[in-house]
Write a protein that binds this ligand. Structure first.
Ligand SMILES: NC(=O)c1ccc[n+]([C@@H]2O[C@H](COP(=O)([O-])OP(=O)(O)OC[C@H]3O[C@@H](n4cnc5c(N)ncnc54)[C@H](OP(=O)(O)O)[C@@H]3O)[C@@H](O)[C@H]2O)c1
Length: 244
């Protein structure tokens, strides 16, 4: 059912990996979808054309979510074109592993926190004044924060755990505008990040398969719909039973 007709969604990092799974599900539900990309212009343009071909409004906007002025410009562009924003999905980010919490330089730490936390936090701060009453904020975190025993992802997991804390804070603060705020924490999703991952890791997933971007898109579109209206401050793990 087209549960999001009349809604305008903004998905950051919509062009690659998990992002297109979210963009497509929101568009399938009838939402107009603006999505940002950083370096992947070609993929973004192909996805934009695909969504428009399916008779849903879409626009791809080049935005570095680490840059406050670019965030502001993206919001202004969407408001100028569609007049409103109802749904924000913070998906931009990337795994920057390799260094443990004990051996990362200040520069690497700053990059990790910038990509895994500050971009999403800035997006929420800047967008909140424009977000419609009854709006939705859905952040893609990571279940790495539940498994910080993954030594190489320790810094990333820490930044992602902070996003979960922010989510609970925002949910309290924005409830007066009836805006719900939730976090979805994927496990191992079939993107470039899990290429070449050893079989012993797949063995730790109860369902014995990696998730697909649309698996994440399904829960995002549910939370964005009216059915999600009494869910806020919540954390959803979507990992096929990793380490259960
Ligand atoms: N894949 C997994 O298994 C997994 C598991 C748990 C959590 N996650 C989280 O899910 C999110 C998406 O991951 P993914 O696997 O889809 O990653 P991905 O394939 O590397 O895609 C990352 C996306 O973020 C965008 N991006 C990166 N840095 C950016 C910046 N500074 N400004 C704006 N956009 C930026 C990229 O744009 P360009 O391509 O245009 O550069 C791309 O659209 C991330 O937050 C990641 O931490 C992923």
């Amino acid at each position: 059912m087209k549960s999001l007709v009349t809604k305008v969604a903004l998905v950051t990092g919509g062009n690659k990996g998990i992002g297109p799974g979210i963009v497509r599900k929101l568009a399938d539900s009838g939402a107009t979808v603006a999505f940002t990309y950083f370096k992947g212009t070609a993929k973004a343009k192909v996805l934009e054309a695909e969504i428009i071909e399916s008779r849903v409004e879409a626009i791809a906007i080049k935005t570095n979510t680490s840059n406050n002025e670019e965030i502001k410009a993206a919001i202004d562009q969407i408001i100028a074109k569609y007049g409103r924003i109802d749904i924000l999905v913070n998906c931009a980010g990337s795994l920057i592993p390799k260094k443990t919490p004990l051996d990362a330089s200040d520069e690497i730490l700053a990059r990790i926190w910038q990509r895994s936390l500050f971009g999403a936090a800035q997006m929420v701060s800047q967008l909140t004044p424009y977000l419609s009453e009854g709006g939705r904020i859905i952040t893609i975190g990571s279940c790495a924060e539940q498994h910080s025993g993954f030594v190489i992802t320790g810094n990333y997991a820490t930044a992602r755990e902070t996003l979960a804390i922010y989510t609970r804070y925002w949910s309290q603060k924005l409830a007066r505008k009836n805006i719900t705020v939730n976090i979805v924490q994927p496990g191992l999703i079939d993107t470039r990040h899990i290429k070449g991952i050893p079989d012993r890791i797949l063995d730790t997933v109860a369902l014995k398969r990696f998730g697909k971007p649309h698996d994440v898109g399904n829960i995002v579109s549910y939370l964005a719909s009216k059915k999600g209206s009494y869910i806020t401050g919540a954390t959803f793990t979507i990992d096929g039973g990793l380490y259960v």
